[in-house]
Design a protein around this ligand. Sequence first.
Ligand code: GLY
Length: 258
Amino acid sequence: MLTAITRQVSPSINRCELTFHAKEPIDIPRAIAQHEAYEECLSQLGARVISLPAEADLPDAVFVEDAAIVVDEVAVSPIMGAASRRPETESLARTLSIYRLLKYMQAPATLDGGDVMRIGRRLFVGASKRTNADGISQLRAALAPFDYEVKSVNVKQCLHLKSGCSYVGRNSILVNRGMVDVTRLAGFELIDVPASEPGAANALLIEDVVIVPSAFPQTIALLDARGFKVKAIDVSEFQKAEGGVTCKSIIFNVDAAP
Ligand code: GLY
């Protein structure tokens, strides 16, 4: 069964990490309402949503994607790139251990799940400010026994690889080439985000539906015109925290619900 792990919004989200964005106040009741709508959207698309309680003292913990990497056979608990976020992995790993064998990274590796774009048995991993070469090689070693290929991709001017590109199905990747070196993405159809919407390359594919923030109407129109099924969703409060639509869930399949 398609399963989505999410986490409720921390009351401390206004103390979130910011790397490329200027600080803007986050409206917490609005963020909570947007997150509920996001969970409802995942549910309507067929996912069983496991919504974990908020972590009061971990401002970025709603962005669960960064705190684990889950493939069909195994989950990897990373050492996250931002020291303030490292405690996020602990309770998430406990939940994931119900569903997957767990492997743990060792220092000096750092890696954030937002840097990992999985397409089938290939994982493209952003060499970003948060993910270092040891993190990429430890992920490669953890997944090699299960026949996954891990390739590093250079990124610039963005937090994570998936800030700059996302797989949207039909062998296509939505991309901002100003952020992502596409050399390693040869063989895929690259769909460039409109210049007026540089932040629009973070999109979440569930089955055959591409979830895109409603803040990016031109990207929505572009995907729609190419025949993609698109679902627009408002994540404005999370964009202020340098998050997007992929960051707020970990999606994986569970053969039989325990
Ligand atoms: N605020 C998201 C992050 O910096 O990880």
